[in-house]
Design a protein around this ligand. Structure first.
Ligand code: NAD
Ligand code: UDP
Ligand code: UDP
Length: 343
């Protein structure tokens, strides 16, 4: 009986993506807070395949197990269901601190929790980095520039943020998170890295998180009206997720400790973006205008001179090819959700 049982277990044995072998000296213990989310799960894939030991902490507010399930059970991988507002004691070498709701509808859903995650949560991650003498990279955001008066935005720009508006829980939360990083660096010699991430898209974005890329693609795929908020003259610059992941890893392992913009400077108005997506999907959607969002930044485009010179990094994936990959992903997701509804 046992022989049969072992045989059947072996047959159903889980196979994993290929992982490089690293010697003990080169292998790092890496914590990713928010690692079950969109960006975090792609970072998990890269670091696992490079041969590191990866621990994810996530409370599954916007992330999901499915994003990392292909690693569950792997000896180098661990998933901890934990809210970073509470202290966490583990032993690691590097921390990628990504935990925070990221899309406007998600971070506005519970603004107090957004602030707590970015302040108390960041404090806990920094306390952890301090105790283990590790290095922490904060996933900050272009939102620290608010509705910018300088275009494109260099890291030296201090920003133009409404401290009490609907976006403040996120913008100000990230601003104080940055402040905390440099306070711990100064006072306790914690090694910090700060990435100011600009709009990023790609597979594993949530279907319903309300961001412009997911909204427009889903609307176009379902022949529903494409909803442009306001006139659509506001601009954004979109980067594909694999470029961001490359930038985050380069920044973590560089000697540069000041904030670095990571984004693709390819800028479009939202109305153009709606037309581009509609064209690529080949759907029959019409474009409709909805009321503008309060405090919606009118333009946004990264100045990436620092990333180019300090990290030798620049985006490689064009917006068109990234959008096509994302459309394919959403097609699959729609098919999946229809199928699971029937069953
Ligand atoms: P996401 O929502 O997919 O991922 C965030 C993850 O953090 C989720 O898995 C969520 O469950 C987890 N989380 C939230 N609060 C938590 C808490 N209190 N404790 C533990 N886990 C918690 O978002 P994303 O797009 O992957 O963003 C990742 C990071 O990058 C965020 O910090 C975000 O602010 C930053 N960022 C993203 C973008 C973008 O365009 N995607 C742009 C700028 C900055
Ligand atoms: N902390 C944590 N994990 C650790 C070390 C600290 O979560 O491994 C938390 C700790 O509970 C505290 C925060 O990080 O709330 C800041 O730690 P720090 O040592 O700076 O402050 P203190 O403990 O002296 O208040
Ligand atoms: N937007 C839109 N229609 C949508 C969703 C968003 O016109 O269905 C606009 C939004 O007002 C903003 C831009 O698209 O000007 C980017 O929004 P998103 O929420 O993706 O990210 P943000 O850069 O505002 O954080």
């Amino acid at each position: 009986y046992l022989k049969e049982r072992i045989k059947s277990l072996e047959k159903g044995k889980k196979t994993y993506p290929e992982v490089k072998f690293l010697t003990y000296k080169d292998r790092k213990r890496i914590l990713i807070s928010g690692g079950a989310g969109f960006v975090g799960s792609h970072l998990v894939d890269r670091l696992m395949m490079e041969g590191h030991e990866v621990t994810v902490v996530d409370n599954f507010f916007t992330g999901r197990k499915r994003n990392v399930e292909h690693w569950l059970g792997h000896e180098n991988f661990e998933l901890i269901n934990h809210d970073i507002v509470n202290p966490l004691f583990i032993e690691v070498d590097q921390i990628y601190h990504l935990a925070s709701p990221a899309s406007p509808p998600n971070y506005m859903y519970n603004p107090v929790k957004t602030i707590k995650t970015n302040t108390i949560g960041t404090n806990n991650m920094l306390g952890l980095a301090k105790r283990v003498r590790g290095r922490l990279l904060l996933a900050s955001t272009s939102e620290v520039y608010g509705d910018p008066e300088i275009h494109p935005q260099p890291e030296t720009y201090w920003g133009h943020v409404n401290p009490i508006g609907p976006r403040a829980c996120y913008d100000e939360g990230k601003r104080v998170a940055e402040t905390m990083c440099y306070a711990y660096a100064k006072q306790d010699a914690v090694q910090v890295r700060v990435a100011r991430i600009f709009n990023t898209f790609g597979p594993r974005m949530h279907m319903n998180d309300g961001r412009v890329v997911s909204n427009f693609i889903l609307q176009a795929l379902q022949d529903e009206p494409i909803t442009v908020y306001g006139e659509g003259t506001q601009t954004r610059s979109f980067q594909y997720v694999s470029d961001l992941v490359e930038g985050l890893i380069k920044l973590m392992n560089s000697n540069y400790s000041q904030p670095v913009n990571l984004g693709n400077p390819d800028e479009h108005t939202i109305l153009d973006f709606a037309k581009i997506i509609n064209g690529l999907v080949g759907g029959k959607s019409k474009i409709v205008h909805k009321p503008a969002m309060t405090d919606d930044p009118r333009k946004r485009k990264p100045d990436i001179k620092v990333a180019k010179s300090q990290l030798r990094w620049q985006p490689k994936v064009s917006m068109m090819s990234g959008i096509n990959k994302t459309i394919e992903y959403f097609r699959g997701e729609l098919h999946r959700s229809r199928h699971s509804e029937r069953n």
